[in-house]
Every structure is written in structure tokens, then in C-alpha cells.
Unconditional design. Structure first.
Length: 244
């Protein structure tokens, strides 16, 4: 990230404010990108060290169990150890996905969205519908992460506030821009919520979208709330996309 230019002392106040806003937006974009990179690295370490070690322990326990006398007490103890290891493996995997959804990196945005919605449905028991482009498109990593973070924030808010029974997730790409829409049939969102409990998550998403040349909106619908993130499919975000 390059150092911001210092405006001349006679610069009009409105131009100073605009320059300051641009500087802060660039700084926030840099911070969120660094934060994402750190999360990605930590998730990879969890996979390569703890995950691999626990998988190896499971294999060793299986081999050891085959050599033990077939006594019920020993069989019960090894069964408990297997269950404990499986629980640790599952928890480790959930932590990895919470930090960084590797499906985004290896299988693409469609797979990452599908997995996130499937997990949300299993955890909360809501009816979920997903509409995705027929063909998977490659997006710059910064765009893919922003779209996935928008989905995660939308689903968190639905679980916490919406009292919804149905959720629709729509990804639309017309070649010029890509739009992610998260819609629920809950109680809706009002200005007090936007200004209070969830302001930091939504504001961070809004600034991330602006950094990438896009926009984020959260608004009440006739039944529920609609969260929409739109990003340009070209290089309108300037150096942000080329740095991904």
C-alpha cells in the first residue's frame, strides 16, 4: 500500500474531506485483505498440522486396536478414543471453514456458497433455496471473498434477528457485474437495527464493497429483509482486483 499524498495547504475543505475518505477507504481495504490472508494462513496451518496429525492418530489407533486382546473393557476404551478423535477432527474442520472456506479457492464460488447454505440449513432448520449461474465463473479472490463474507453476514443476521422460516440466496452474473442477494421472510429490518446491533458488520461489508468499486444495500422487503452486494466484473476497482 502506497503512502497517501499530502494535499496542499490551500486545498478546499470538501476536497480535503474527499481525499481523507479515499485514504481511509484504501486503508480499510488493505486491512481487510490482510485480515483475510491471515485467516487463510491459519486455516491452512490447522489443516496441515492438527488435521493431519489427528488423521494419523486415527490410523494408528485402528492398527493398535487390531492387536489388542478382544476384551470388552479395551474395546470400550478404544471406541471412546475413536469417538473423541472424530469429534476433534470435526471441530477442527469447522474451525477451518469458519476462518476460510477452502472450497472458494479450490472449487469456486458456487461450491462455497452451496456449502455455506447447506450448513446453515442443517444448523437452523430453515427452508433454503439457492439460485446460481449455470456455469461456474472465475472471480478475483478479493471479489469471491467479499461475496462469501456478505452471504455469511446475511445468514448470521437472519439467525440472530429475522425469526424467518425461509431464505433465498441468489447469485447473478450478467457479464458486467455480479450480484449476491440474501432474502428472508422474517420480521424485517428497521433503521434502529441498521444503526445499532449489526452496524459494524454491515458497515465493514459496505466499505469492502466500495473498495472493490461496488455497493452494498440492506433494506426491508414486503416480507422480510433483502441484503444485496453488487460488484463490477471489470477492473473498475483499480489496483484492488489486480492485487488479488
Amino acid at each position: 500500500m502506497t503512502a497517501p499524498a499530502v494535499p496542499p495547504s490551500d486545498t478546499p475543505p470538501d476536497r480535503l474531506a474527499a481525499a481523507r475518505t479515499d485514504d481511509l477507504r484504501e486503508l480499510l481495504g488493505h486491512l481487510t485483505t490482510s485480515w483475510d490472508d491471515d485467516r487463510r494462513l491459519l486455516a491452512r496451518k490447522l489443516h496441515d498440522t492438527i488435521g493431519s496429525s489427528m488423521t494419523a492418530l486415527t490410523m494408528h489407533l485402528h492398527l493398535l486396536n487390531a492387536q489388542l486382546p478382544k476384551e470388552q473393557a479395551l474395546l470400550d476404551r478404544t471406541a471412546q478414543m475413536k469417538q473423541l478423535l472424530q469429534t476433534l477432527i470435526t471441530t477442527n474442520r469447522e474451525m477451518q471453514v469458519a476462518l476460510w472456506n477452502d472450497k472458494l479457492e479450490f472449487l469456486g464460488l458456487r461450491a462455497a456458497i452451496s456449502e455455506a447454505v447447506d450448513q446453515f440449513r442443517e444448523q437452523h432448520g430453515l427452508v433454503t433455496r439457492v439460485s446460481l449461474p449455470e456455469h461456474d465463473t472465475s472471480y478475483p479472490r478479493l471479489q469471491g471473498v467479499a461475496l462469501l463474507r456478505c452471504l455469511e453476514e446475511g445468514l448470521r443476521n437472519i439467525a440472530a434477528h429475522a425469526h424467518a422460516t425461509e431464505v433465498d440466496v441468489i447469485l447473478d452474473d450478467d457479464g458486467d457485474q455480479v450480484t449476491l442477494t440474501v432474502r428472508d421472510n422474517g420480521v424485517g429490518i428497521d433503521a434502529s437495527v441498521l444503526a445499532a446491533a449489526d452496524r459494524h458488520g454491515l458497515r465493514a461489508l459496505r466499505e469492502r464493497a466500495a473498495y472493490l468499486g461496488g455497493r452494498l444495500t440492506a433494506a426491508p422487503a414486503p416480507h422480510g429483509t433483502v441484503l444485496t452486494l453488487t460488484l463490477p466484473r471489470d477492473d473498475a476497482a483499480g489496483g484492488a482486483l489486480s492485487a488479488a
